[in-house]
Design a protein around this ligand. Structure first.
Ligand code: ZN
Length: 986
């Protein structure tokens, strides 16, 4: 699944410094009509559709490109809906070629900030794996979710199940997973072969989430055994896990409820008793009971619907392929469906809150409340609304890219995860790393003009570098046992570092080798589970066939079995033309002692590449290896080069440091003709120099010198990298008297590009992203023309609320700046518009803006609204907290509010993926004072139950320490540097 999303995912853009913003009016703003009575009118955009269709076509066998749609009108009284024919999902999966996947597919995942517990935390048992005596063959499950009373307190579900197992070892006890289920132990029967076995009793092991059925005699190995449980029941809550209820407000102002599901990683057991481990795959036959005004959806197609009397109906689904329990799914709702074929899109009914896009082999469903960005259930992909629904009239280029990225990510999972599944959760990076990488490669192919490969280095690699430079990071491959540990590894390391090392592998193996090796791996392991060594061996074998002897296992072990990454030092001797290359572990706090040891002693097998002014812009660079046991390698690059850059296009997962002379030559080149250096390497130089400076590897002012050329930079990626740098500094200085000087410097740097863009209405996708980033900087750092434009544009909207003429690409920035510059009237207007906004993206922009207020009363009211949940949905709680925390005025309000309401927050979000850990990281990201550290440590210590945030707390504490140290080391020098460079602005 993708993390909640983008960094804005609610998870909305985690990771992107998009807090400070405002906007300006460029070009003809599109008009949006906000109809107060319309609840939610969202269109699945043509773009999304196109992405899906193209990917699916590439993925699948030839017939798959022309899906056939079948109209299914089920039981009387039910609204007709259309379902895609995915009659041959398995065949399609079987016939795809890896080439197409590699070439065409990409997925994005949200920057999830989840943390991992390296060491088993408190008292959770580690021996939580099921006994190996039984393997599942099939499950027949019948469920009846009941939400028809319209009284959420009464909502619940009941069910029955028949399971068939292969008996592998003799046993007297059948051990199943379960959680929060009440099972009627008197209605359990067991059959072994043809004989009935007496059940002598049942027992439970709550800490391991086991339900044990004790038998009068042992089951015989080699036979099959059938277990029937006639009745179990469980609660239906709005907890975003297992099956849960959600709701929306219909156009007549009534609340409608629905049931949806999210079973990854360990919540299938919360829906029915089962063997809930990813490698224990089986066939599922599902039957869902519902009332006539509702319809059900699941992974496969309905094969038959029966009336049960009393207005109840049962929908029986076709058998699923052999698959893991965590990708089972269901939705019971009164949604209307929109359908699509290769050429047309039918927008959903505007009176519905949510639409369903049914595309190709899978149904794509957007639901109002969802923990992640989306979930890749085989055949029924479920999304949060902002990750799927897209209104071309109001959405920004960033929204559009986000949707394309998430859809691509989920489709990639059909192979990476659903077809071939990790043998255990410790290898979940095989799912999420591949899906996160395919986001970029797939969209690169479909939309070359989006330059996704360039975006990768900033959005994924530089983003995760920041986390993985902490001593409290963790390896990609991480031992996990208990569900509370499993949840923690759905984090940036798994998603982003996973995708980075996969990309690195592609480059050192060569694309052809990589593609063929993966293809073989997927086809050999179809419908099975795999360990990462099986992937590495398939790639090494393919390389060998092509005459290349590459120890893929050995190389990759250094990248996935230890945390962190190296800084690779390039020392040039112009007299000999040689470069000496060495490595050391990069740490944001360079003096920190590592308390966790590594079998490789924090050294890596590094694929070393370089480019010079003589060969810099062409071809694939040759790879030289610096192995973990070697002290150094020497490269001969020649005596006559003017400059050179290491780690070409940042394909290797490492930072680069140079001798001072070589740094100076690079900076001189940026200042004279920056375009001679590849755009990815320009972004790299900005990011590496800043972070090397932060940690004392080089002079911090060197990094600021590397941004002096930005006045001439017109490309998106370097600006994005610079924005991260500027954001860090501004957070550190936010509460000091130096902030104004720094703002002047950024204004001076951004002013030329701002003026150019404001005068030019050219609007390709990348330009729109650039414009948004530039406006974030210009307005966020107080450039007067930008602030004025935002205030004015917002005022026009306030005059005529039914006609929003604010530029759709700049709404977050505009709203924020106008609310920050305005008073309560502006804030109140944002609040009103939030309550009637009919798209997730618009709501996100308005919520972000309410957090920009310079009125403490308004910020407090906003936080209160979020906890009360009357005006603000539970799913938006995190973005409210983040918006307030990013506002220097709200930083302590948000933290105190969080502490005060911790128990409520934990109760609401403790079990959902992503949320707890991301919240901690976001609220504390600006902490840089001793008293903040003290407070954070004290709270962490006093809080015994942190759920999946255990690791996030450790990381937040480490980051705060580093921030305090940074200010001690650099604040005064920075002030002197700013005296010189900001005054030049005149
Ligand atoms: Zn995913």
């Amino acid at each position: 699944m993708p993390p909640t999303g983008e960094s804005q995912l609610q998870l909305t853009d985690i990771g992107q410094p998009n807090d400070q913003t405002s906007e300006i009016e460029w070009g003809d703003p599109k008009k949006l009509r906000v109809a107060k009575s319309t609840v939610l009118a969202v269109c699945a955009g043509v773009v999304v559709l196109l992405v899906v269709v193209i990917i699916a076509v590439y993925f699948a066998h030839p017939d798959y490109g022309k899906p056939e749609y079948i109209q299914v009108t089920s039981s009387p009284g039910q609204s007709p809906y259309v379902m895609v024919d995915r009659s041959d999902l398995s065949m399609a999966v079987h016939n795809f070629t890896i080439t197409s996947i590699i070439m065409k597919c990409t997925v994005y995942y949200t920057r999830v900030k989840i943390t991992l517990t390296t060491v088993g935390s408190t008292a959770v048992p580690t021996d939580v794996r099921l006994p190996t005596s039984l393997t599942p063959i099939r499950y027949d499950v019948r469920l009846r979710p009941d939400i028809y009373s319209n009284q959420p307190d009464d909502f619940s579900f009941t069910g029955s199940i028949t399971m068939k197992f292969q008996v592998v070892e003799s046993t007297h006890v059948i051990t199943l997973h379960y959680r929060k289920l009440e099972i009627d132990g008197n209605q359990i029967s067991v059959q072994n072969g043809l004989s009935e076995i007496t059940v002598t009793g049942v027992s439970t092991d709550e800490s391991r989430e086991f339900y044990l059925i004790h038998l009068s005699e042992a089951l015989t190995p080699g036979t099959e055994c059938t277990v029937s449980m006639k009745h179990f029941e469980g609660p239906l809550e709005p907890d975003l896990t297992g099956i849960y209820y959600s709701s929306y407000l219909a156009s007549d102002n009534t609340t409608h409820y629905l049931v949806t599901s999210h079973l990854q990683p360990t919540d299938a057991r919360k829906v029915f008793p089962c063997l809930d481990e990813p490698q224990l795959k089986a066939i599922f036959g599902f039957t869902i009971e519902r009332k006539s005004s509702y319809q059900s959806m699941s992974n496969t197609r309905i094969k038959d619907t029966l009336s049960l009397g009393d207005d109840w109906y049962s929908d029986a689904y076709e058998d699923t392929p052999v698959m893991s329990s965590y990708i089972l799914a269901l939705v019971v709702s009164d949604f209307e469906c929109s359908t699509a074929d290769n050429t047309s899109v039918t927008p959903p009914q505007t009176t519905q809150p949510t639409s369903l896009s049914l595309i190709l082999s899978a149904s794509h469903v957007a639901v109002p409340d969802f923990a992640a960005g989306a979930m890749e259930n085989w055949g029924l992909i479920i999304y949060r609304e902002t990750a799927l629904l897209f209104d071309p009239l109001t959405a920004s280029a960033a929204n559009k890219q986000r949707v394309a990225v998430v859809v691509t990510h989920e489709l990639a999972h059909m192979w990476f995860g659903n077809l071939v599944t990790p043998s255990w959760w410790d290898d979940i990076w095989l799912n999420e790393g591949f899906a996160s990488y395919m986001e970029y490669t797939g969209l690169s192919d479909m939309y070359p003009e989006w330059e996704m490969e360039n975006q990768f280095v900033v959005n994924s690699m530089q983003y995760v570098f920041a986390l993985d430079g902490l001593a409290s990071s963790h390896p990609i491959y991480q031992t996990v046992n208990h569900p509370s540990e499993i949840s923690q590894i759905f984090d940036s390391i798994t998603y982003y570092k996973g995708s980075c090392v996969i990309r690195m592998m592609k480059f050192f193996l060569g694309e052809e080798t990589f593609r063929k090796g993966i293809s073989k791996y997927l086809s050999d392991k179809s419908y099975q589970a795999a360990h990462h060594d099986e992937l590495f061996d398939a790639l090494a074998e393919q390389a060998k066939l092509e005459g290349k002897d590459i120890d893929v296992r050995g190389i990759m072990a250094t990248w996935i079995r230890q945390m962190g990454y190296p800084v690779v030092n390039f020392t040039y001797d112009s007299a000999t033309g040689d470069v000496k290359v060495t490595q050391e572990h990069f740490l944001l706090d360079r003096d920190q002692e590592m308390t966790t040891t590594s079998e490789f002693d924090y050294r890596w097998d590094v694929p070393v590449t370089y480019a010079t002014d003589e060969n810099g812009l062409v071809g694939d660079p040759e790879v030289s290896w610096l192995h973990h046991e070697e002290d150094q390698v020497t490269l001969s690059i020649g005596e006559s080069v003017d400059w050179f850059v290491g780690n070409v296009r940042q394909r290797g997962y490492y930072r680069v440091n140079y001798d001072p002379e070589s740094w100076q030559r690079l900076i001189d080149q940026l200042n004279t003709n920056h375009s001679a250096i590849h755009v990815q390497n320009r972004a790299q130089i900005i990011d590496d120099s800043f972070n090397l400076g932060r940690s004392g590897y080089v002079d911090q002012m060197l990094a600021l010198n590397a941004t002096l050329y930005m006045q001439d930079e017109e490309e998106y990626i370097p600006w994005l990298a610079a924005e991260y740098t500027f954001t860090y500094i501004s957070r550190m200085l936010a509460l000091t008297d130096k902030i104004d000087h720094f703002k002047e410097y950024v204004q001076r740097q951004v002013s030329p590009i701002y003026t150019t863009l404001a005068a030019n209405e050219e609007d390709n996708h990348l330009k729109q992203l650039l414009r948004r980033a530039v406006v974030r900087l210009a307005c966020g750092y107080g450039l007067q023309s930008c602030v004025n434009a935002s205030v004015q544009s917002y005022a026009v909207w306030m005059e005529n609320p039914l006609n929003n003429t604010v530029n759709q690409n700049l709404r977050s920035e505009t709203y924020c700046r106008a609310v920050a510059s305005g008073g309560l009237k502006e804030w109140q207007f944002a609040r009103e518009q939030y309550s009637i906004a009919n798209s997730g993206a618009e709501k996100d922009a308005l919520a972000g803006a309410m957090g920009c207020s310079q009125n403490t009363g308004a910020l407090n009211a906003f936080l209160q609204m979020a906890i009360e949940e009357e005006e603000i949905r539970r799913g938006d709680f995190r973005s409210v907290l983040r918006a307030v925390a990013r506002n220097p005025l709200g930083r302590h309000l948000a933290w105190n509010f969080y502490k005060y309401n911790y128990n409520t927050i934990f109760e609401r979000f403790g079990e959902s993926l992503f949320t707890m850990s991301s919240m901690v990281a976001e609220i504390t990201e600006s902490f840089s004072e001793e008293y903040e550290l003290y407070d954070l440590e004290a709270f962490s210590e006093a809080t015994t139950n942190k759920g999946s945030a255990e690791f996030a707390f450790q990381q937040a504490i480490e980051k705060t320490r580093i921030n305090i140290e940074w200010r001690k080391q650099h604040e005064e020098n920075l002030a002197k540097w700013l005296d010189i460079h900001s005054s030049l602005s005149g």
